[in-house]
Write a protein that binds this ligand. Sequence first.
Ligand code: ADP
Ligand code: ASP
Ligand code: MG
Length: 606
Amino acid sequence: MSLVVQKFGGSSVANAQRVMAAARKAIRAKHVGNQVIVVVSARGDTTDELIELAKEITENPPAREMDMLLSTGEQISISLMAMAIQSLGERAISLTGAQVGIVTDSTHTKARIKSISTARMRKALADGYIVIVAGFQGIDEDDNITTLGRGGSDTTAVALAAVMKHDSSGPKLDVACDIFTDVDGVYTTDPRIVPEARKVDAISYDEMLELASAGAGVMHSRSIEFARKFDVPLQVRSSFTDSEGTWIVPEAEWMTKIPVCGAALVRDEARISLEGVPDTPGISHRIFEAVSAKNIVVDMIAQSVGSNGRANVGFTVPSNELTPTLDALQPLVRELGARLVHDAQVSKISIVGTGMKTNTGIAEKMFAALASEKINMKMITTGEIKISVLVDKADAAQALRAVHAVFSLEKARQGAGGNVGDVNHSKITSGHDHKNTDDLLEITRQLTSMEEILVSEVQKTVDQGRITLFGLPDKPGNSLAIFQAVAGGGIVVDMIVQNLCGEKVDLSFSVPRDQLQSALSLAVNAANSTGVKVQASADSEIATLYVLGVGMRTHTGVARRIFGTLASAGINIIMINTSETCISVVVQKNQGELAEKQLKKVFDLD
Ligand code: ADP
Ligand code: ASP
Ligand code: MG
Protein backbone atom coordinates (compact mmCIF):
# COMPACT_ATOMS: atom_id res chain seq x y z
CA MET A 1 0.00 0.00 0.00
CA SER A 2 1.32 3.45 -0.73
CA LEU A 3 0.71 6.70 1.04
CA VAL A 4 1.37 10.19 -0.27
CA VAL A 5 1.67 13.18 2.01
CA GLN A 6 1.01 16.36 0.05
CA LYS A 7 1.80 19.71 1.61
CA PHE A 8 0.35 22.92 0.20
CA GLY A 9 1.98 26.19 1.27
CA GLY A 10 0.24 29.49 1.90
CA SER A 11 0.24 30.76 -1.67
CA SER A 12 -1.03 27.40 -2.93
CA VAL A 13 -4.28 27.83 -0.97
CA ALA A 14 -4.49 31.63 -1.15
CA ASN A 15 -7.91 31.75 -2.86
CA ALA A 16 -10.85 29.49 -3.68
CA GLN A 17 -9.54 28.65 -7.12
CA ARG A 18 -6.21 27.49 -5.73
CA VAL A 19 -7.86 25.50 -2.96
CA MET A 20 -9.90 23.71 -5.65
CA ALA A 21 -6.75 23.06 -7.71
CA ALA A 22 -5.01 21.62 -4.65
CA ALA A 23 -8.09 19.50 -3.89
CA ARG A 24 -7.93 18.08 -7.42
CA LYS A 25 -4.26 17.13 -6.97
CA ALA A 26 -5.13 15.27 -3.77
CA ILE A 27 -8.01 13.45 -5.46
CA ARG A 28 -5.83 12.49 -8.42
CA ALA A 29 -3.25 11.00 -6.06
CA LYS A 30 -6.03 8.97 -4.43
CA HIS A 31 -7.45 7.80 -7.75
CA VAL A 32 -4.13 6.30 -8.80
CA GLY A 33 -4.26 4.09 -5.73
CA ASN A 34 -2.62 5.99 -2.89
CA GLN A 35 -3.85 6.81 0.55
CA VAL A 36 -3.54 10.58 0.84
CA ILE A 37 -2.75 12.92 3.72
CA VAL A 38 -2.86 16.63 2.90
CA VAL A 39 -1.08 19.17 5.10
CA VAL A 40 -1.98 22.81 4.59
CA SER A 41 -0.55 26.14 5.70
CA ALA A 42 -2.47 29.29 6.49
CA ARG A 43 -3.75 31.02 3.36
CA GLY A 44 -1.64 33.70 1.68
CA ASP A 45 -0.40 36.23 4.21
CA THR A 46 -2.77 35.18 7.00
CA THR A 47 -0.02 34.40 9.50
CA ASP A 48 1.64 37.80 8.95
CA GLU A 49 -1.72 39.51 9.29
CA LEU A 50 -2.45 37.71 12.54
CA ILE A 51 0.93 38.79 13.89
CA GLU A 52 0.07 42.39 12.96
CA LEU A 53 -3.27 42.05 14.75
CA ALA A 54 -1.52 40.99 17.92
CA LYS A 55 0.93 43.89 17.62
CA GLU A 56 -2.01 46.29 17.49
CA ILE A 57 -2.89 45.11 20.97
CA THR A 58 0.56 44.82 22.51
CA GLU A 59 4.22 45.04 21.45
CA ASN A 60 5.05 41.87 23.39
CA PRO A 61 2.21 39.38 22.99
CA PRO A 62 2.49 36.40 25.35
CA ALA A 63 3.82 33.39 23.44
CA ARG A 64 1.01 31.06 24.51
CA GLU A 65 -1.65 33.41 23.22
CA MET A 66 0.33 33.96 20.02
CA ASP A 67 0.14 30.23 19.35
CA MET A 68 -3.58 30.23 20.04
CA LEU A 69 -3.94 33.04 17.51
CA LEU A 70 -1.58 31.81 14.78
CA SER A 71 -2.94 28.27 14.79
CA THR A 72 -6.28 29.62 13.56
CA GLY A 73 -4.77 30.39 10.14
CA GLU A 74 -4.20 26.72 9.38
CA GLN A 75 -7.59 25.81 10.81
CA ILE A 76 -9.29 27.97 8.18
CA SER A 77 -7.33 26.22 5.44
CA ILE A 78 -8.09 22.64 6.54
CA SER A 79 -11.83 23.20 6.68
CA LEU A 80 -11.88 24.87 3.25
CA MET A 81 -9.76 22.10 1.77
CA ALA A 82 -12.05 19.41 3.21
CA MET A 83 -15.07 21.22 1.79
CA ALA A 84 -13.36 21.51 -1.61
CA ILE A 85 -12.57 17.79 -1.76
CA GLN A 86 -16.06 16.85 -0.63
CA SER A 87 -17.59 19.15 -3.24
CA LEU A 88 -15.65 17.19 -5.86
CA GLY A 89 -17.23 13.98 -4.64
CA GLU A 90 -14.48 12.47 -2.48
CA ARG A 91 -14.49 11.77 1.23
CA ALA A 92 -12.31 14.11 3.30
CA ILE A 93 -11.90 14.98 6.95
CA SER A 94 -10.04 17.93 8.45
CA LEU A 95 -8.05 17.51 11.66
CA THR A 96 -6.16 20.02 13.81
CA GLY A 97 -2.74 19.12 15.19
CA ALA A 98 -4.35 18.34 18.54
CA GLN A 99 -6.99 16.08 16.97
CA VAL A 100 -4.28 14.06 15.22
CA GLY A 101 -2.21 13.88 18.39
CA ILE A 102 0.87 15.86 17.37
CA VAL A 103 2.45 16.27 20.77
CA THR A 104 5.15 18.91 21.18
CA ASP A 105 7.19 20.39 23.98
CA SER A 106 5.93 23.61 25.54
CA THR A 107 8.28 26.09 23.86
CA HIS A 108 5.54 28.32 22.50
CA THR A 109 6.10 29.79 19.00
CA LYS A 110 8.97 27.37 18.31
CA ALA A 111 7.87 24.07 19.77
CA ARG A 112 9.46 20.75 18.85
CA ILE A 113 7.53 17.62 18.03
CA LYS A 114 7.81 14.87 20.64
CA SER A 115 5.48 12.26 19.19
CA ILE A 116 2.65 11.77 16.74
CA SER A 117 -0.22 9.36 17.12
CA THR A 118 -1.12 7.47 13.95
CA ALA A 119 -4.37 5.88 15.13
CA ARG A 120 -6.87 8.50 14.01
CA MET A 121 -5.20 9.05 10.63
CA ARG A 122 -4.92 5.28 10.03
CA LYS A 123 -8.60 4.78 10.80
CA ALA A 124 -9.77 7.63 8.56
CA LEU A 125 -7.48 6.52 5.71
CA ALA A 126 -8.72 2.95 6.00
CA ASP A 127 -12.29 4.27 5.84
CA GLY A 128 -11.44 5.89 2.50
CA TYR A 129 -11.00 9.47 3.62
CA ILE A 130 -8.42 11.94 2.39
CA VAL A 131 -7.06 13.24 5.69
CA ILE A 132 -6.42 16.98 5.89
CA VAL A 133 -4.10 18.04 8.70
CA ALA A 134 -3.36 21.56 9.89
CA GLY A 135 0.34 22.28 9.46
CA PHE A 136 2.61 24.17 11.85
CA GLN A 137 0.70 23.27 15.05
CA GLY A 138 0.58 20.76 17.85
CA ILE A 139 -0.42 20.42 21.45
CA ASP A 140 1.75 20.14 24.54
CA GLU A 141 1.30 17.70 27.39
CA ASP A 142 -0.94 20.19 29.21
CA ASP A 143 -3.24 20.56 26.19
CA ASN A 144 -1.93 24.00 25.22
CA ILE A 145 -1.85 24.72 21.50
CA THR A 146 1.71 25.21 20.23
CA THR A 147 3.26 26.20 16.90
CA LEU A 148 6.50 24.95 15.35
CA GLY A 149 8.08 28.20 14.15
CA ARG A 150 7.58 30.12 10.89
CA GLY A 151 7.49 27.85 7.88
CA GLY A 152 6.72 24.89 10.16
CA SER A 153 4.07 23.24 7.96
CA ASP A 154 6.85 21.58 5.97
CA THR A 155 7.97 19.98 9.20
CA THR A 156 4.45 18.75 9.99
CA ALA A 157 4.21 17.16 6.54
CA VAL A 158 7.54 15.35 6.68
CA ALA A 159 6.98 14.29 10.30
CA LEU A 160 3.62 12.74 9.37
CA ALA A 161 5.24 10.95 6.45
CA ALA A 162 7.96 9.69 8.79
CA VAL A 163 5.62 8.27 11.43
CA MET A 164 3.35 6.68 8.86
CA LYS A 165 6.33 5.09 7.13
CA HIS A 166 7.71 3.52 10.30
CA ASP A 167 4.43 2.85 12.10
CA SER A 168 4.10 -0.80 13.00
CA SER A 169 0.47 -0.61 14.14
CA GLY A 170 -0.89 -1.38 10.68
CA PRO A 171 0.15 -2.64 7.23
CA LYS A 172 3.52 -1.36 6.03
CA LEU A 173 3.22 1.67 3.79
CA ASP A 174 5.37 2.97 0.95
CA VAL A 175 5.49 6.65 1.78
CA ALA A 176 6.42 9.70 -0.30
CA CYS A 177 6.08 13.36 0.48
CA ASP A 178 5.41 16.17 -2.01
CA ILE A 179 5.92 19.78 -0.94
CA PHE A 180 3.78 21.91 -3.28
CA THR A 181 4.77 25.56 -3.36
CA ASP A 182 4.89 28.68 -5.53
CA VAL A 183 8.21 27.79 -7.18
CA ASP A 184 8.78 24.68 -9.26
CA GLY A 185 11.58 23.35 -7.09
CA VAL A 186 14.66 24.24 -5.13
CA TYR A 187 16.78 26.83 -6.92
CA THR A 188 20.49 27.56 -6.67
CA THR A 189 19.41 30.57 -4.64
CA ASP A 190 16.23 32.56 -3.98
CA PRO A 191 14.96 33.42 -7.48
CA ARG A 192 13.25 36.51 -6.06
CA ILE A 193 16.66 38.00 -5.27
CA VAL A 194 18.71 36.50 -8.08
CA PRO A 195 16.50 36.01 -11.15
CA GLU A 196 19.27 34.03 -12.90
CA ALA A 197 19.00 31.29 -10.27
CA ARG A 198 18.57 27.81 -11.76
CA LYS A 199 16.30 25.01 -10.65
CA VAL A 200 18.12 21.93 -9.41
CA ASP A 201 16.82 18.45 -10.21
CA ALA A 202 18.23 16.78 -7.13
CA ILE A 203 20.05 17.77 -3.99
CA SER A 204 21.25 15.75 -1.01
CA TYR A 205 19.61 15.86 2.40
CA ASP A 206 22.75 17.38 3.91
CA GLU A 207 23.01 20.07 1.26
CA MET A 208 19.34 20.99 1.62
CA LEU A 209 19.64 20.98 5.40
CA GLU A 210 22.57 23.38 5.30
CA LEU A 211 20.93 25.56 2.63
CA ALA A 212 17.65 25.73 4.55
CA SER A 213 19.37 26.61 7.77
CA ALA A 214 21.49 29.14 5.85
CA GLY A 215 18.29 30.91 4.82
CA ALA A 216 16.85 29.12 1.77
CA GLY A 217 13.26 29.76 2.84
CA VAL A 218 11.82 27.25 0.40
CA MET A 219 12.00 24.52 3.06
CA HIS A 220 11.84 24.58 6.85
CA SER A 221 15.19 23.14 7.88
CA ARG A 222 13.72 20.87 10.55
CA SER A 223 11.62 19.13 7.89
CA ILE A 224 14.83 18.03 6.19
CA GLU A 225 16.12 16.66 9.47
CA PHE A 226 13.06 14.41 9.65
CA ALA A 227 13.38 13.40 6.01
CA ARG A 228 16.99 12.39 6.52
CA LYS A 229 16.58 10.73 9.89
CA PHE A 230 13.56 8.71 8.85
CA ASP A 231 14.34 8.14 5.16
CA VAL A 232 11.42 10.02 3.68
CA PRO A 233 11.72 10.64 -0.07
CA LEU A 234 10.90 14.27 -0.65
CA GLN A 235 10.01 16.29 -3.70
CA VAL A 236 9.60 20.09 -3.80
CA ARG A 237 7.35 21.03 -6.72
CA SER A 238 4.98 23.59 -8.15
CA SER A 239 1.37 23.60 -7.06
CA PHE A 240 0.48 25.32 -10.34
CA THR A 241 1.86 22.77 -12.82
CA ASP A 242 2.46 19.03 -12.96
CA SER A 243 6.13 19.29 -13.81
CA GLU A 244 8.79 17.35 -11.96
CA GLY A 245 10.26 19.33 -9.09
CA THR A 246 13.44 18.87 -7.05
CA TRP A 247 14.20 15.56 -5.37
CA ILE A 248 15.83 15.71 -1.97
CA VAL A 249 17.70 12.45 -1.67
CA PRO A 250 20.64 10.66 -0.05
CA GLU A 251 24.05 11.76 -1.31
CA ALA A 252 24.97 10.35 -4.74
CA GLU A 253 28.45 10.00 -6.22
CA TRP A 254 27.94 12.74 -8.85
CA MET A 255 27.14 15.29 -6.13
CA THR A 256 30.62 15.00 -4.66
CA LYS A 257 32.04 16.51 -7.86
CA ILE A 258 30.02 19.70 -7.58
CA PRO A 259 31.75 22.10 -5.21
CA VAL A 260 28.86 24.53 -4.76
CA CYS A 261 25.23 23.54 -5.35
CA GLY A 262 23.58 26.65 -3.95
CA ALA A 263 23.83 29.91 -2.05
CA ALA A 264 21.58 31.44 0.56
CA LEU A 265 21.00 34.58 2.53
CA VAL A 266 19.76 35.32 6.03
CA ARG A 267 18.95 38.99 5.89
CA ASP A 268 18.24 39.77 9.53
CA GLU A 269 21.10 38.68 11.72
CA ALA A 270 22.68 40.37 14.69
CA ARG A 271 26.34 40.05 15.61
CA ILE A 272 27.35 39.92 19.23
CA SER A 273 30.89 40.03 20.44
CA LEU A 274 32.26 39.42 23.90
CA GLU A 275 35.67 41.01 23.91
CA GLY A 276 38.36 40.29 26.45
CA VAL A 277 36.90 37.23 28.15
CA PRO A 278 39.37 35.14 30.20
CA ASP A 279 40.97 32.48 27.97
CA THR A 280 40.21 29.60 30.32
CA PRO A 281 38.27 26.33 30.06
CA GLY A 282 34.53 26.63 30.44
CA ILE A 283 34.08 30.19 29.20
CA SER A 284 32.38 29.28 25.92
CA HIS A 285 30.21 26.89 27.84
CA ARG A 286 29.03 29.61 30.20
CA ILE A 287 28.35 32.05 27.35
CA PHE A 288 26.38 29.65 25.20
CA GLU A 289 24.60 28.11 28.14
CA ALA A 290 23.30 31.53 29.17
CA VAL A 291 21.94 32.05 25.64
CA SER A 292 20.55 28.57 25.02
CA ALA A 293 18.82 28.59 28.42
CA LYS A 294 16.51 31.15 26.79
CA ASN A 295 15.95 28.77 23.84
CA ILE A 296 17.77 31.11 21.50
CA VAL A 297 19.56 29.43 18.62
CA VAL A 298 23.06 30.74 18.13
CA ASP A 299 23.97 30.80 14.47
CA MET A 300 27.58 31.50 13.52
CA ILE A 301 30.18 31.11 16.26
CA ALA A 302 33.65 32.59 15.79
CA GLN A 303 35.86 32.13 18.76
CA SER A 304 39.34 33.47 18.23
CA VAL A 305 42.48 32.25 19.80
CA GLY A 306 43.38 34.13 22.93
CA SER A 307 46.32 36.45 23.45
CA ASN A 308 47.57 37.79 26.81
CA GLY A 309 45.17 35.49 28.65
CA ARG A 310 42.10 37.05 27.03
CA ALA A 311 39.98 35.85 24.10
CA ASN A 312 37.14 37.21 21.99
CA VAL A 313 34.00 35.26 21.29
CA GLY A 314 31.78 36.41 18.45
CA PHE A 315 28.50 34.91 17.38
CA THR A 316 25.25 35.74 15.64
CA VAL A 317 21.58 35.29 16.48
CA PRO A 318 18.44 36.16 14.48
CA SER A 319 18.06 39.93 14.88
CA ASN A 320 14.68 39.59 16.59
CA GLU A 321 16.46 37.68 19.35
CA LEU A 322 19.09 40.36 19.95
CA THR A 323 17.49 41.97 23.02
CA PRO A 324 16.84 38.73 24.93
CA THR A 325 20.36 37.57 24.04
CA LEU A 326 21.96 40.74 25.39
CA ASP A 327 19.79 40.49 28.52
CA ALA A 328 20.85 36.89 29.02
CA LEU A 329 24.53 37.83 28.76
CA GLN A 330 24.65 40.98 30.89
CA PRO A 331 25.30 39.29 34.27
CA LEU A 332 28.06 37.12 32.83
CA VAL A 333 29.71 40.01 31.03
CA ARG A 334 29.82 41.99 34.27
CA GLU A 335 31.26 39.05 36.16
CA LEU A 336 33.96 38.39 33.55
CA GLY A 337 34.90 42.03 33.09
CA ALA A 338 34.41 41.65 29.32
CA ARG A 339 33.04 44.12 26.79
CA LEU A 340 29.75 43.37 25.05
CA VAL A 341 29.47 44.76 21.53
CA HIS A 342 26.66 44.25 19.04
CA ASP A 343 25.65 45.11 15.49
CA ALA A 344 22.06 44.53 14.39
CA GLN A 345 22.54 45.49 10.74
CA VAL A 346 24.23 42.40 9.35
CA SER A 347 23.30 39.59 6.97
CA LYS A 348 24.75 36.17 6.38
CA ILE A 349 25.66 34.79 2.97
CA SER A 350 26.46 31.09 2.68
CA ILE A 351 27.51 28.69 -0.02
CA VAL A 352 26.83 24.97 0.26
CA GLY A 353 28.06 21.95 -1.65
CA THR A 354 29.01 18.33 -0.98
CA GLY A 355 31.92 18.72 -3.40
CA MET A 356 33.52 21.24 -1.03
CA LYS A 357 34.91 18.28 0.91
CA THR A 358 37.24 17.43 -1.93
CA ASN A 359 37.61 20.56 -4.07
CA THR A 360 40.12 23.19 -2.99
CA GLY A 361 40.09 26.97 -3.33
CA ILE A 362 36.34 27.38 -2.80
CA ALA A 363 36.61 29.81 0.14
CA GLU A 364 39.21 31.86 -1.67
CA LYS A 365 36.97 32.14 -4.72
CA MET A 366 34.03 33.30 -2.60
CA PHE A 367 36.17 35.88 -0.80
CA ALA A 368 37.54 37.14 -4.12
CA ALA A 369 33.99 37.67 -5.45
CA LEU A 370 33.12 39.73 -2.40
CA ALA A 371 36.38 41.68 -2.45
CA SER A 372 35.89 42.62 -6.08
CA GLU A 373 32.53 44.13 -5.11
CA LYS A 374 34.27 45.94 -2.20
CA ILE A 375 32.14 44.05 0.29
CA ASN A 376 33.62 43.70 3.75
CA MET A 377 33.43 40.38 5.63
CA LYS A 378 32.76 40.80 9.34
CA MET A 379 32.87 37.18 10.27
CA ILE A 380 33.69 33.93 8.49
CA THR A 381 32.88 30.41 9.58
CA THR A 382 33.19 27.18 7.67
CA GLY A 383 31.66 23.72 7.88
CA GLU A 384 32.36 20.53 6.01
CA ILE A 385 30.01 21.47 3.16
CA LYS A 386 29.32 25.14 3.91
CA ILE A 387 31.07 28.50 4.13
CA SER A 388 29.29 31.47 5.70
CA VAL A 389 30.30 35.12 5.81
CA LEU A 390 28.67 38.02 7.57
CA VAL A 391 28.31 41.28 5.66
CA ASP A 392 26.59 44.64 6.16
CA LYS A 393 22.87 44.34 5.53
CA ALA A 394 23.09 47.02 2.86
CA ASP A 395 25.50 44.80 0.87
CA ALA A 396 23.52 41.57 1.26
CA ALA A 397 21.73 41.24 -2.10
CA GLN A 398 24.76 42.35 -4.07
CA ALA A 399 26.92 39.88 -2.14
CA LEU A 400 24.53 37.03 -2.91
CA ARG A 401 24.53 37.91 -6.61
CA ALA A 402 28.32 38.13 -6.70
CA VAL A 403 28.77 34.77 -5.02
CA HIS A 404 26.12 33.13 -7.22
CA ALA A 405 27.85 34.43 -10.34
CA VAL A 406 31.40 33.50 -9.37
CA PHE A 407 30.45 29.83 -9.10
CA SER A 408 28.41 30.03 -12.36
CA LEU A 409 25.39 28.67 -10.54
CA GLU A 410 23.10 29.95 -13.30
CA LYS A 411 24.66 27.48 -15.78
CA ALA A 412 23.33 24.00 -16.55
CA ARG A 413 25.28 21.16 -14.96
CA GLN A 414 24.69 17.63 -13.82
CA GLY A 415 21.78 17.73 -11.38
CA ALA A 416 20.66 21.17 -12.54
CA GLY A 417 19.36 21.03 -16.06
CA GLY A 418 22.10 18.61 -17.12
CA ASN A 419 21.98 14.82 -17.06
CA VAL A 420 21.30 13.71 -13.49
CA GLY A 421 21.76 10.01 -13.98
CA ASP A 422 19.97 7.94 -11.40
CA VAL A 423 17.47 10.32 -9.86
CA ASN A 424 13.99 9.00 -10.24
CA HIS A 425 11.18 8.24 -7.89
CA SER A 426 11.11 4.46 -8.04
CA LYS A 427 14.85 4.21 -7.57
CA ILE A 428 14.80 6.57 -4.63
CA THR A 429 11.94 4.83 -2.85
CA SER A 430 13.41 1.40 -3.43
CA GLY A 431 16.76 2.59 -2.14
CA HIS A 432 14.97 3.65 0.98
CA ASP A 433 13.89 0.33 2.29
CA HIS A 434 17.12 -1.33 3.26
CA LYS A 435 16.86 -0.76 6.97
CA ASN A 436 17.39 -3.94 8.97
CA THR A 437 15.45 -4.94 12.07
CA ASP A 438 17.87 -3.26 14.46
CA ASP A 439 17.60 -0.02 12.51
CA LEU A 440 13.83 -0.27 12.63
CA LEU A 441 13.84 -0.83 16.38
CA GLU A 442 16.04 2.22 16.74
CA ILE A 443 13.74 4.23 14.47
CA THR A 444 10.70 3.23 16.48
CA ARG A 445 12.49 4.33 19.63
CA GLN A 446 13.29 7.65 17.97
CA LEU A 447 9.70 8.10 16.91
CA THR A 448 8.79 8.61 20.54
CA SER A 449 11.22 11.51 20.76
CA MET A 450 11.02 12.67 17.18
CA GLU A 451 13.06 15.82 17.31
CA GLU A 452 15.66 14.64 19.79
CA ILE A 453 19.02 15.31 18.35
CA LEU A 454 20.81 12.56 16.59
CA VAL A 455 24.54 12.62 17.05
CA SER A 456 25.92 9.73 15.07
CA GLU A 457 29.68 9.99 15.36
CA VAL A 458 32.58 11.73 17.05
CA GLN A 459 35.80 11.87 15.02
CA LYS A 460 39.21 13.23 15.86
CA THR A 461 42.20 14.26 13.78
CA VAL A 462 45.58 15.26 15.12
CA ASP A 463 47.26 15.92 11.81
CA GLN A 464 46.45 19.59 11.56
CA GLY A 465 48.00 22.79 12.78
CA ARG A 466 46.45 26.15 13.49
CA ILE A 467 47.52 29.61 12.31
CA THR A 468 46.17 32.86 13.71
CA LEU A 469 46.78 36.36 12.39
CA PHE A 470 45.83 39.09 14.83
CA GLY A 471 44.95 42.65 13.92
CA LEU A 472 44.04 42.59 10.23
CA PRO A 473 42.32 45.81 9.13
CA ASP A 474 38.51 45.76 8.99
CA LYS A 475 38.19 46.33 5.27
CA PRO A 476 37.23 44.48 2.07
CA GLY A 477 39.70 41.93 0.80
CA ASN A 478 41.69 41.81 4.04
CA SER A 479 41.97 38.03 4.15
CA LEU A 480 41.82 37.34 0.43
CA ALA A 481 45.54 37.88 -0.19
CA ILE A 482 46.27 35.47 2.64
CA PHE A 483 44.10 32.65 1.31
CA GLN A 484 45.33 33.22 -2.22
CA ALA A 485 48.91 32.92 -1.03
CA VAL A 486 48.21 29.77 1.01
CA ALA A 487 46.25 28.16 -1.84
CA GLY A 488 49.04 29.19 -4.23
CA GLY A 489 51.36 27.03 -2.11
CA GLY A 490 49.08 24.04 -2.78
CA ILE A 491 47.95 23.99 0.85
CA VAL A 492 44.39 22.94 1.68
CA VAL A 493 42.73 25.04 4.36
CA ASP A 494 40.19 23.16 6.51
CA MET A 495 38.51 25.31 9.14
CA ILE A 496 38.36 29.09 8.93
CA VAL A 497 37.23 31.38 11.74
CA GLN A 498 37.34 35.12 11.27
CA ASN A 499 36.06 37.46 13.92
CA LEU A 500 35.88 41.22 14.17
CA CYS A 501 37.23 42.48 17.49
CA GLY A 502 36.99 46.21 17.98
CA GLU A 503 38.47 47.84 14.89
CA LYS A 504 40.56 44.82 13.92
CA VAL A 505 39.96 41.37 12.59
CA ASP A 506 41.45 38.13 13.92
CA LEU A 507 41.74 35.28 11.45
CA SER A 508 42.41 31.66 12.36
CA PHE A 509 42.56 28.66 10.09
CA SER A 510 43.78 25.09 10.14
CA VAL A 511 46.05 23.39 7.61
CA PRO A 512 47.80 19.99 7.42
CA ARG A 513 50.46 19.94 10.15
CA ASP A 514 53.37 19.14 7.83
CA GLN A 515 52.60 22.32 5.88
CA LEU A 516 52.13 24.55 8.90
CA GLN A 517 55.43 26.43 8.63
CA SER A 518 55.11 27.08 4.91
CA ALA A 519 51.48 28.18 5.34
CA LEU A 520 52.57 30.53 8.13
CA SER A 521 55.27 32.21 6.09
CA LEU A 522 53.02 32.48 3.02
CA ALA A 523 50.28 34.05 5.15
CA VAL A 524 52.54 36.50 6.96
CA ASN A 525 54.31 37.54 3.74
CA ALA A 526 50.96 38.07 2.04
CA ALA A 527 49.73 40.25 4.92
CA ASN A 528 52.98 42.22 4.98
CA SER A 529 52.94 42.74 1.24
CA THR A 530 49.63 44.54 1.58
CA GLY A 531 51.36 46.91 4.00
CA VAL A 532 49.71 45.41 7.07
CA LYS A 533 51.76 44.58 10.15
CA VAL A 534 50.16 41.59 11.75
CA GLN A 535 51.00 39.48 14.73
CA ALA A 536 50.92 35.81 13.91
CA SER A 537 50.95 32.62 15.89
CA ALA A 538 51.10 29.01 14.78
CA ASP A 539 50.33 25.94 16.82
CA SER A 540 51.15 22.44 15.67
CA GLU A 541 49.85 20.84 18.85
CA ILE A 542 46.14 20.78 18.19
CA ALA A 543 43.44 18.14 17.91
CA THR A 544 40.25 18.72 15.96
CA LEU A 545 37.08 16.96 17.07
CA TYR A 546 34.12 16.63 14.74
CA VAL A 547 30.75 15.85 16.26
CA LEU A 548 28.61 14.64 13.36
CA GLY A 549 24.86 14.26 13.17
CA VAL A 550 21.76 16.05 12.00
CA GLY A 551 20.09 19.24 13.19
CA MET A 552 23.09 20.10 15.32
CA ARG A 553 22.89 23.85 15.19
CA THR A 554 19.17 24.43 15.55
CA HIS A 555 19.02 22.26 18.65
CA THR A 556 20.47 24.51 21.30
CA GLY A 557 21.14 21.46 23.44
CA VAL A 558 23.92 19.93 21.31
CA ALA A 559 26.44 22.75 21.50
CA ARG A 560 25.58 23.15 25.16
CA ARG A 561 26.37 19.50 25.83
CA ILE A 562 29.62 19.67 23.87
CA PHE A 563 30.87 22.79 25.61
CA GLY A 564 29.61 21.57 28.98
CA THR A 565 31.37 18.22 28.63
CA LEU A 566 34.67 19.80 27.62
CA ALA A 567 34.40 22.41 30.37
CA SER A 568 33.82 19.88 33.09
CA ALA A 569 36.83 17.89 31.85
CA GLY A 570 38.93 21.08 32.14
CA ILE A 571 39.54 21.26 28.38
CA ASN A 572 40.04 24.66 26.75
CA ILE A 573 38.40 25.24 23.36
CA ILE A 574 40.66 26.99 20.87
CA MET A 575 38.35 27.20 17.85
CA ILE A 576 34.70 26.35 17.20
CA ASN A 577 32.68 25.90 14.02
CA THR A 578 29.04 24.94 13.78
CA SER A 579 26.79 23.72 11.01
CA GLU A 580 23.65 21.58 10.85
CA THR A 581 25.58 18.39 10.25
CA CYS A 582 28.81 18.99 12.17
CA ILE A 583 30.11 20.90 15.16
CA SER A 584 33.90 21.01 15.21
CA VAL A 585 36.11 22.12 18.05
CA VAL A 586 39.85 22.52 18.20
CA VAL A 587 41.57 21.73 21.49
CA GLN A 588 45.16 21.23 22.61
CA LYS A 589 46.60 18.05 21.18
CA ASN A 590 47.39 16.52 24.55
CA GLN A 591 43.74 16.89 25.52
CA GLY A 592 42.41 15.43 22.26
CA GLU A 593 42.01 11.89 23.52
CA LEU A 594 40.26 12.94 26.68
CA ALA A 595 37.96 15.23 24.69
CA GLU A 596 37.09 12.41 22.29
CA LYS A 597 36.40 10.00 25.14
CA GLN A 598 34.19 12.44 27.01
CA LEU A 599 32.23 13.44 23.93
CA LYS A 600 31.62 9.82 22.95
CA LYS A 601 30.43 9.17 26.48
CA VAL A 602 28.02 12.07 26.64
CA PHE A 603 26.43 11.10 23.31
CA ASP A 604 26.32 7.36 24.14
CA LEU A 605 28.73 6.42 21.38
CA ASP A 606 31.23 4.41 23.40
P1 ADP B 1 5.13 28.08 0.99
O1 ADP B 1 4.13 29.07 1.47
O2 ADP B 1 4.65 27.25 -0.15
O3 ADP B 1 5.71 27.27 2.10
P2 ADP B 1 7.50 29.72 0.98
O4 ADP B 1 7.30 31.16 0.73
O5 ADP B 1 7.71 29.26 2.38
O6 ADP B 1 6.28 28.94 0.31
O7 ADP B 1 8.69 29.16 0.08
C1 ADP B 1 8.76 29.42 -1.30
C2 ADP B 1 9.63 30.62 -1.57
O8 ADP B 1 10.94 30.38 -1.10
C3 ADP B 1 9.83 30.96 -3.02
O9 ADP B 1 8.80 31.76 -3.52
C4 ADP B 1 11.19 31.66 -3.05
O10 ADP B 1 11.09 33.05 -3.13
C5 ADP B 1 11.80 31.32 -1.71
N1 ADP B 1 13.14 30.73 -1.82
C6 ADP B 1 14.19 31.05 -1.06
N2 ADP B 1 15.26 30.34 -1.40
C7 ADP B 1 14.88 29.53 -2.40
C8 ADP B 1 15.54 28.53 -3.17
N3 ADP B 1 16.83 28.23 -2.97
N4 ADP B 1 14.83 27.87 -4.09
C9 ADP B 1 13.54 28.14 -4.31
N5 ADP B 1 12.86 29.08 -3.62
C10 ADP B 1 13.51 29.77 -2.67
N1 ASP C 1 1.58 29.58 8.41
C1 ASP C 1 2.88 29.42 8.99
C2 ASP C 1 3.82 30.53 8.53
O1 ASP C 1 3.40 31.39 7.77
C3 ASP C 1 3.47 28.06 8.72
C4 ASP C 1 3.82 27.78 7.28
O2 ASP C 1 3.35 28.47 6.37
O3 ASP C 1 4.54 26.80 7.03
O4 ASP C 1 4.93 30.56 8.94
MG1 MG D 1 7.29 27.56 3.47
